[in-house]
Design a binder for this molecule. Structure first.
Ligand code: ASP
Length: 344
């Protein structure tokens, strides 16, 4: 029988979300569930955790994940660094699933340690039959305690799958199998309590410093059929410091918006992503006005494999470092190069 002294130390930080949501204390189920459980409660509900790790808990926030800000995430990254300095071999973050694809990527960019950061949550709250929070928390701790998860950056663990933060997306409004990595697939899975990591990713390069808690506003606009340029014209007046344009397909917008888009791109960093949610933005295929070639020639920065929300996280954090447009472009290139370069 192992004693808790011999177990790896894993820190669990709770932020709220469905995994923590009940209607206890509210006047009744009709009021709906709200985040009320903290890391202590979540850990206490899964006695099996004690077989895998020596757990320490921190209640970091208690909110729906849509209320988190980038400033919260810069603070969270600092707290995670402190947990590692205090001897944790891995950190688990529990939070809402709604924004997990963004928060996990922010942590991927901000946390410097090689040790695993694993983000998890739940789609079925604890009052429902088949609540998935306990199983997800157990799997997340098993991954965070695993030496195999070292050096992979931030991971999302849910539904017994292990995903890299840079690729993962929430793809379904209610299914426990919501998390997918459409471009690359999952890195692995958990079987009988054992993490099985079958694909590895390199650490990200070109990442922001994370030293600044003031994060400039970056807008995200999605191209749609019949789009005109009226929102584009308002951006600078509203104080946005940058823009992500989620374009059609491989990176196309209606020709009619190109003059306004090029005008904004002459002053602000404007990043070209695809609204498809999978694959990379093209570079050199189409030649019509509003094509990817047209936009890149007119100064837009390619998001590469990053989708719109993840591009917005990266651009926001780069701008908080005070980077100019050419430095932002270089950082996007470096982040993209890190998916295919190992060992350096
Ligand atoms: N609204 C919840 C959130 O905080 C949804 C969830 O956790 O799945 O993101």
């Amino acid at each position: 029988m192992t004693t808790s002294r011999e177990l790896p130390k894993v820190a669990v930080l709770s932020l709220g979300g469905t995994i923590a949501s009940t209607n206890e204390g509210a006047s009744g189920a009709a009021d709906g569930v709200t985040p009320q459980l903290d890391a202590d409660d979540l850990v206490a509900a899964v006695p099996q955790l004690r077989r895998f790790a020596d757990i320490e808990t921190t209640a970091f926030r208690q909110i729906p994940s849509g209320d988190l800000t980038l400033t919260d995430l810069v603070a969270l990254a600092g707290e995670i660094d402190r947990r590692f300095e205090a001897g944790a071999v891995g950190v688990v973050v529990t939070q809402g699933t709604d924004t997990m694809e963004e928060t996990s990527f922010a942590l991927d960019l901000l946390v410097r340690a090689e040790r695993p950061v694993v983000v998890t949550g739940a789609m079925r709250n604890p009052t429902l039959a088949g609540a998935d929070g306990p199983a997800n928390l157990l799997a997340a701790v098993q991954v965070a305690a695993s030496p195999d998860a070292v050096g992979l950056g931030t991971l999302v663990v849910a539904n017994d799958e292990i995903h890299a933060a840079r690729f993962v997306r929430k793809t379904h409004s209610s299914s426990p199998a919501t998390f997918r990595s459409p471009t690359a697939g999952p890195l692995g899975w958990i079987i009988e309590g054992r993490p099985r990591i079958v694909l590895r990713v390199a650490r990200l390069k070109g990442v922001p410093s994370g030293a600044h808690s003031m994060v400039p506003a970056v807008a995200l606009l999605t191209a749609v059929l019949g789009d005109d340029a009226r929102l584009l014209a308002t951006l600078e007046g509203l104080g946005y410091a940058g823009l992500i344009i989620e374009a059609f397909g491989g990176g196309h917008v209606p020709a009619v918006i190109m003059p306004a888009l090029a005008d904004v791109a002459s002053r602000l960093p404007v990043v070209l992503a695809s609204r498809t949610g999978s694959g990379e933005v093209l570079r050199d295929t189409y030649g019509f006005p509003g094509s990817e070639r047209d936009m890149l020639e007119r100064g837009l920065i390619s998001a590469g494999f990053l989708d719109g929300p993840k591009s917005r996280i990266l651009l926001s954090l780069l701008l908080s470092d005070g980077l100019d447009r050419s430095e932002v472009r270089r950082a996007f290139e470096l982040v993209n190069s890190s998916v295919s370069s190992f060992g350096d």
